[in-house]
Design a protein around this ligand. Structure first.
Ligand code: BTN
Length: 343
């Protein structure tokens, strides 16, 4: 078989996707500028005819690419659709997002992810939906996300951890989401214990990790992420308006949802693999730096009694350490935190 013919249709398909991703990456890097065709061909190490195929392939998936004779190519618009064809070429991950299951509407992406995981889906497969009819939040609450302007997705994880260490995953994920939000134009993003990502007291993202575990091992975990991308106040129910924000409101710019999804998955992969290789210590250190809870007077409700005191540290297992009025250090493992004064 000649060298230029792929060994199987599958292999050729993945090569095309990889080339599409490289073209897209180069066009994204140059933002509003034209990239000469010759530069793209050199970087891809392909002839002009192959570059034209890649440009056509990206256009067929909704990317708007401007061409000017002599100047080259410029990315004008990234499609806001959330399918694998739109998110895939933007992804530079190894495992997270290796398959993306897209739904127009589901009850909850976490439920779909559990179903797929029970049927054998692999670590890193993602379920994303344009709309959830029964989105779940922490502690039995619902998660409301308007159609078209928010991101709601769940990642199937198969961590080699005992169930007792599962809270570490959520804290690592909160670090990843806060860092991604900061990089994408929300520099005020910080983490409210345990894993709300907020900007100046308004929530931009929430995380919900659910486990299917046996006594000695986690069969799988589903990490659900709700991220307000281009949500405007008028899109939200009245009661959420004083406590919510979005990337659009924080940055003043509209970022396409596939771009946000790819950035979140890349940061998640980075922090989850660091956690896997180096344990919880580096995660806890970054969590402390990004925390909006430590160093504050807090009131914690919803875990039996109400606890009031000063949030002084994050324990080695992810619990919040609060010094109460008697000077006793209390370990808080669950509950809702209300921030009071800064100490
Ligand atoms: C919270 O802050 O209470 C957690 C919110 C988590 C919401 C996400 S949206 C995607 C995934 N599917 C759900 O039903 N919930 C999570």
């Amino acid at each position: 078989m000649p060298a230029s013919v792929p060994a199987s249709p599958g292999e050729g398909h993945w090569t095309d996707l990889k080339l599409d991703a490289i073209v897209l990456g180069l066009l994204l890097e140059c933002a509003d500028d034209f990239v000469p065709g010759g530069v793209l061909c050199d970087k891809l190490d392909v002839p002009r005819a192959e570059l034209l195929k890649r440009i056509d392939s990206l256009r067929s998936r909704g990317y708007v690419i401007d061409t000017r004779g002599g100047l080259g190519y410029r990315l004008v618009e990234v499609p806001d659709r959330l399918g694998e064809a739109q998110i895939g070429p933007l992804l530079a991950t190894g495992e997270l997002g290796r398959r993306i299951h897209h739904f127009d509407e589901v009850e909850s992406t976490n439920d779909e992810a559990h179903r797929l995981a029970d049927a054998g889906a692999l670590h890193g497969e993602v379920v994303v939906a344009d709309f959830q009819t029964q989105g779940r939040g922490r502690r039995g609450r619902s998660w409301v996300a308007p159609r078209g302007t928010a991101l709601t997705f769940s990642v199937i994880l198969r961590p080699a951890l005992p169930a007792t260490r599962a809270p570490e995953i959520t804290l690592a994920a909160a670090v990843a989401v806060a860092e991604a939000a900061r990089e994408m134009g929300a520099p005020a993003a910080r983490i409210k214990w345990p894993n709300d990502v907020e900007c100046k007291g308004r929530k931009i993202a929430g995380l919900l990790t659910e486990l299917r575990a046996e006594p000695d091992r986690v069969r799988h975990a589903v990490l659900g992420v709700g991220f307000n991308v281009a949500v405007q106040m008028q899109d939200l129910p009245e009661e959420l308006r004083p406590i919510a924000t979005s990337l659009l409101l924080e940055s003043g710019e509209r970022t396409a949802r596939p771009v946000v999804c790819a950035a979140l998955l890349e940061h998640l992969e980075e922090w989850l693999s660091l956690h896997e290789t180096e344990g919880f210590a580096p995660v806890a250190e970054r969590w402390r730096q990004l925390s909006s809870t430590l160093g504050r007077r807090v009131r914690i409700t919803g875990a039996g009694e109400t606890i009031e005191g000063d949030a002084v540290d994050l324990a080695d297992d992810g619990a919040l350490l609060v010094r109460d009025a008697d000077g006793t250090l209390v370990r808080v493992v669950a509950g809702d935190v209300e921030h009071c004064a800064i100490l």
